[in-house]
Ligand binder design. Structure first.
Ligand code: SAH
Length: 342
């Protein structure tokens, strides 16, 4: 079955003409699909064409299997069902500047970061661009009226490990005839696949690049993230500088504070030296405790002390708000819980 939503307009034209249709129908089908319509709702197409489409492919590759709304802040956590029975997570956060959706790029993940729940069972498969778009459309339907305004690729999976489909998704989601979400409203987070980061800098896609840094030196980073044994911090930061140079956009460094590992004031000093002079911003996150791995979050006082050092050293930094703490808001937690319950 063809996932029509994952096709560029030109490809859709080709597919339609192979099905014996006039190519100009592609524009209509494209805009319907990206509005989230089902084939049966595409009322300006003939019944015959609608039937042909549904015999040959799918309109909506993702559906909502379960959703929980946080009583604390209205954050909504989704468990999305895919057509092959797999499931993935997404989180919808309501900010004053608009709804932000966090989407997954793979079922599971194979990067093996010690603190991350998404990677515990490895990577099952890559998501297609259509499945990434489908997550946005599910959220839009749920928002009734309002629309997703910002997207972060920070759910399960490593986007740079599913490069082609992620790039396809970015081009489609920002397409003027489609959802038309500005690339500047999209953030992509990576654990640091250096060659792909460099290639990505050359795509001409001005999204915000977030790097999961989590350590001020190679030694600590290697304790937390296997990728750190493949690429040194020096190489990784060079790739970030290249991204800044090519896109003119600052890079965001994600730094999860892990008690007794990377959260001391001396770590903050070392981090400041590492990032000095870079066009960047540091996002501090108290780690969501992972008991299985003996990794624990930090207190508010520790966050403040760490932040204080960065500020003193003129490194732009904020503490990321935790949202949806009561609904397994963090990466991979809901999927893990539901899989365990089954
Ligand atoms: N694979 C990508 C994107 C998905 S993870 C990446 O590594 O960046 C999204 C963010 O959540 C990353 O910064 C990741 O390091 C962080 N994260 C994962 N588990 C976490 C936890 N238990 N506590 C806090 N942050 C976590």
């Amino acid at each position: 079955m063809i996932e029509f939503m994952g096709l560029y307009p030109d490809e859709l034209k080709k597919v339609l003409s192979d099905l014996g249709e006039k190519p100009f129908r592609a524009g209509q089908v494209f805009s319907w699909l990206h509005k989230g319509a089902k084939f049966e709702e595409m009322t300006n197409l003939s019944l015959a064409l609608r039937q042909k489409l549904s015999e040959n492919g799918v309109d909506q590759p993702v559906s909502i299997r379960e959703s929980r709304v946080s009583k604390l802040d209205g954050t909504e956590k989704f468990l999305f069902a895919l057509r092959d029975g797999n499931c993935i997570e997404g989180v919808l956060m309501r900010y004053h500047y608009g709804a932000t959706l966090c989407i997954s790029t793979q079922v599971g993940c194979r990067m093996g970061c010690k603190f991350c729940a998404s990677t515990l069972e490895g990577c099952v498969r890559n998501l297609t661009a259509a499945e990434m778009l489908g997550q946005v459309q599910c959220a839009n339907r749920q928002l009734n009226g309002e629309r997703v305004h910002n997207i972060v690729l920070m759910g399960s999976g490593e986007p740079m490990d599913n490069y082609d489909q992620v790039v396809r998704f970015l081009r489609l989601v920002s397409h003027p005839e489609g959802l038309n979400i500005g690339l500047r409203h999209i953030s992509l987070s990576t654990c640091g696949l250096v060659p792909q980061m460099k290639r990505f800098a050359e795509e001409g896609l001005p999204v915000t690049l977030s790097l999961s840094l989590h350590a001020p030196n190679d030694e600590i980073r290697r304790q937390l993230m296997p990728i750190a044994s493949r690429y040194t911090l020096a190489e990784t930061l060079d790739a970030c500088r290249y991204y800044i140079e090519k896109t003119g956009r600052r890079v965001v460094f994600e730094y999860a504070l892990v008690d007794g590992v990377n959260a001391a004031e001396e770590n903050a000093e070392e981090l400041s030296r590492l990032l000095r002079g870079m066009q960047c911003h540091v996002n501090l996150i108290p780690l969501n405790t992972v008991k299985e791995r003996n990794l624990f979050g930090v207190t508010e006082t520790q966050v403040k002390a760490f932040l204080f050092v960065l500020e003193k050293r003129h490194i732009s930094a904020t503490r990321r708000r935790e949202m949806g703490d009561d609904i397994e808001g963090a990466c991979g937690q809901l999927r893990k819980k539901v899989l365990q319950e089954e």
